[in-house]
Design a protein around this ligand. Structure first.
Ligand code: COA
Length: 225
């Protein structure tokens, strides 16, 4: 059977998280993956059936040569994803970032999903939610109605947010954590795995436990994975 002509895109990264993103793009069948961009691998090295075809410095040339229509940064760490986004835009200011949504995800009415955001298998996003740019909604996580995720924020597998929850830019809700309806989590904060958040959480802090308690301050960009 003749393969239909689909727009070609690039995937940035080549980690386990990248593998999941590749799988989502393949299942969506909207784009063809031209190859991977990763400065930490040798050119032509293969990952999940795709070749590493260069690094961010070579991006402009790759985009023009192959008529690339956009790409997805498939890097799990929120801060690292932002540094790669900045590098891409330095080298290729008009580069277009794309969202990808696994076909098994349930996306409700009047939901906005920002560019560069990745929605994994089994995710539920109920009506009125806004998920801004370059977020990760990991496997089986859920956002109830009217919740908002800031740019570069993430939900780990199985994290559950009630209605009207806010998660600030770069913040992380770790595996299996629950956030009660109406609570606000500031920017650059981290909620530990398995926690129950029943109070507002400020910026740049680590909270965990049931119920979650403030544990310590945290700097923007501090590693957590
Ligand atoms: C919160 C987290 C970053 C660790 O924070 P930390 O302050 O560096 O904690 P440490 O590992 O130094 O542990 C300090 C203490 O807190 C406890 N602790 C750590 N995380 C905890 C959590 N989520 N809930 C309850 N207690 C926790 C540890 O058991 C340890 O207790 P101890 O002193 O009695 O031995 C980590 O536990 C976590 O939740 N990571 C996120 C995992 C995740 O979701 N990954 C996503 C994969 S896609």
């Amino acid at each position: 059977m003749k393969k239909e002509n689909r727009d070609r895109i690039l995937i940035f990264g080549s980690s386990g998280h990248t593998g999941v993103v590749i799988d989502i793009v393949e299942r969506e069948s909207k784009f063809d993956i031209l190859g991977l961009i990763d400065p930490h691998r040798d050119p032509n090295e293969e990952f999940m059936g795709y070749k590493v075809i260069g690094n961010e410095e070579e991006l402009q040339e790759i985009v023009l040569t192959h008529d690339v229509k956009g790409g997805i940064i498939a890097i799990g760490d929120n801060w690292l994803r932002k540094t790669v986004r900045d590098k891409i835009l330095q080298n290729c200011p008009d580069f277009r970032f794309l969202a990808c949504i696994h076909p098994s995800a349930q996306i409700g009415k009047d939901v906005a999903i920002g560019k560069g955001t990745v929605v994994m298998p089994g995710v539920s996003v109920n009506s009125g939610c806004v998920v801004h740019e370059h977020c990760i909604l990991n496997t089986n996580s859920s956002l109830d109605h009217d919740s908002v995720m800031g740019d570069f924020s993430s939900l780990a597998p199985g994290a559950t947010l009630g209605g009207n929850v806010g998660v600030g830019n770069f913040s992380v809700v770790s595996m299996g954590a629950n956030v009660i309806h109406g609570k606000e989590i500031g920017e650059h904060s981290l909620i530990g795995a398995g926690s129950l958040v029943n109070k507002n959480v400020g910026d740049c802090s680590v909270w965990y436990g049931v119920p979650a308690k403030f544990v310590r301050r945290r700097q923007p960009g501090e590693r957590y994975l």
